[in-house]
Ligand binder design. Structure first.
Ligand code: SF4
Length: 403
């Protein structure tokens, strides 16, 4: 609470969300309040090491400072509205309510040790409430755009699961206990590059040694291909992973499901990817949802291989068999997937097939929100979700870890 110099009348000022401040900004914020610089280090330690959910829990701070912080600032983050755990016990999806009541989703995916011997806890987070890009296969795309998330609201989703894992570590099949988030994927509700400034601020906070300290190579940003955003990202001093939602080998095919293609044709997106690779030295992943009878034929694979030939050594295709059937989409047969992969390999394009995660809890972005927002009861088959008119929505892109 502040008062005006002229009248002394109290004016309400929204508390500052400290989760949205980079370490330097926090130091400046504290300095403006007459606090010593070392307090910033203590507060960051409280937020990102102790994983404190409120200032009262930061017992390394004197009580009067905790009281001042509680009056002027917040680290509360969104509140849990609903949680679903997949039967496999490795995927947990939460619907979170922001301070203004808007709902967003975040997903925790747990992976047993891979070739590097390390188990992983990957968090998929949202960057917007709703989305402006209207991809036909996406539940969030059917909602339309509502608003950008703040950097603090983005960071808070990761902290939510970081606290959960700290309180209850996951025991991987090989006996490893995992008590922290290892990877972050910006692939939930919203288009991250449409909310560039807040997203990048959040990424810097997650990456900062005084923040969550997550390596840039453990952070993946997935985009439908906003060319100016990709080029801007290429100039950042950050080596995060870039994933492109491609899903079709030609503009004509892609336009059927992704209206953004009209503004940014595939050729322009790939050119921007080449710039990204050249400047960051990072590979680009191309996400390709396989829809039986739509984009899974060998000729589509050949067209995709030809399309990506200039990025042969620098790109990787992540094939994702579609996980829902509500609007007539079906996953391809194992044989069709094998043929598709063979064609890509023949064209020199590295590829992998990602297992679906959390299919039984509707892990694709926007699905849980759609249910909650329309108060539609959970169906027996969680693949099908009815919209307000009772028609089935097609909600098909599974949350996957692109690594
Ligand atoms: S897939 Fe991504 S960009 Fe497309 S509508 Fe959904 S959230 Fe938006």
């Amino acid at each position: 609470m502040l008062s005006t110099p002229a009248t002394g009348a109290a004016i309400d000022v929204a508390p500052t969300d400290l989760l949205g401040l980079e370490p330097g900004d926090l130091r400046a914020w504290l300095a403006a309040r007459g606090e010593q610089p070392f307090r910033a280090r203590q507060i960051l330690d409280g937020i990102y090491r102790q994983l404190a959910a409120d200032f009262e829990a930061m017992t390394n701070l004197p009580r009067p400072l905790r009281a001042r912080l509680a009056a002027d600032a917040t680290i509360a983050g969104p509140t849990l509205r609903r949680e679903l755990a997949a039967r496999d016990g490795r995927t947990r999806k939460v619907l979170l309510a922001l301070a203004d009541g808007r709902l967003i989703e975040a997903v925790l995916m747990l992976y047993p040790a891979g070739p590097d011997g390390r188990a992983r806890a990957s968090v998929c987070i949202s960057t917007q409430a709703g989305c402006a890009y209207g991809c036909t296969f996406c539940a969030t795309g059917q909602m339309g755009f509502d608003r950008h998330l703040t950097a603090g609201e983005i960071v808070a989703q990761v902290l939510y699961f970081a606290r959960e894992l700290r309180a209850q570590p996951w025991t991987a099949p090989d006996g490893q206990a995992l008590d922290h988030v290892t990877n972050v994927v910006l692939m939930g509700m919203g288009e991250p590059l449409h909310n560039y400034d807040n997203v990048l601020r959040a990424v810097r906070i997650l990456n900062a040694p005084e923040g969550l300290g997550l390596g840039a190579r453990h952070i993946t940003l997935s985009t439908v291909g906003l060319v100016p955003g990709i080029l801007r990202l290429a100039g950042e001093p950050l080596q995060i992973n870039l994933a492109i939602s491609l899903h079709a080998p030609t503009d004509a095919m892609r336009l059927r499901t992704m209206p953004v293609t009209r503004k940014y044709p595939i050729a322009a997106v790939l050119e921007a990817c080449q710039t990204y690779v050249a400047r960051t030295n990072r590979q680009v992943t191309f996400e390709y949802v396989l829809l039986a009878g739509e984009n899974d034929a060998p000729e589509h694979a050949r067209a995709l291989a030809a399309l990506l030939a200039p990025l042969r050594q620098l790109g990787h295709v992540n094939l994702i068999p579609v996980n829902a059937t509500a609007a007539g989409y079906r996953p391809p047969s194992g044989e069709a997937i094998r043929r598709f992969r063979d064609e890509l390999r023949r064209g020199g394009i590295g590829n992998s097939v990602r297992a679906e995660r959390g299919d039984d809890i509707a892990a694709a972005c926007g699905q849980l929100h759609t249910r909650e927002g329309r108060t539609v009861p959970l169906p027996d088959s969680p693949r099908r979700i009815a919209d307000a008119s009772g028609a089935a929505l097609d909600l098909v892109v599974p949350m996957v870890d692109p690594e």
